[in-house]
Write a protein that binds this ligand. Structure first.
Ligand code: ZN
Length: 138
């Protein structure tokens, strides 16, 4: 069974959204991190055993910029933690899910990530993520 690791929320203004989610959750973000390769600045909050990831685009080519242009701010993806991302990608491919990456890539929060097309997952973009262990090499 997959574990919900975080929900990703696309926002226009990270400073405003940080304030809003700090009030909502009753705690400040514990981490802010830029993922330059994805053109996003992220901010993480703890929410029980899961997290909330706020995502602001840092350029117009960013998937977050395009998402907001099309659909406005809101839920962008849900992320499930997996033990072995390669094995899960193979399993889900076999189950007929459309996986958007051939290989996992480096995401925020020290994780390997890949995405499943919303069309094959009830309209929501799904992220699989696996913690990068110290023993793993680049
Ligand atoms: Zn995410």
């Amino acid at each position: 069974m997959l574990k919900l690791e975080h929900l990703g929320i696309a926002v226009k203004d990270l400073i405003n959204a940080n304030e809003c989610y700090t009030k909502l959750l009753g705690a400040e973000p514990y981490k802010q991190e830029e993922v330059a390769s994805e053109g996003v600045m992220t901010s993480f909050f703890r929410a029980g055993e899961s997290k909330i990831e706020l995502l602001e685009a840092t350029n117009e080519q960013s998937a977050i910029a395009k998402f907001i242009e099309k659909r406005g701010e809101g839920l962008h993806h849900m992320a499930f933690e997996v033990e072995d991302i390669y094995q899960e990608m193979a399993r889900l491919r076999e189950q007929g899910f459309q996986i958007l990456n051939d290989q996992p890539k480096k995401g925020a929060d020290n994780k390997l990530v890949c995405f499943i097309h919303p069309k094959s997952a009830g309209g929501v973009l799904v992220e699989l993520c696996q913690e990068i262990k110290a023993s793993d090499t680049e």
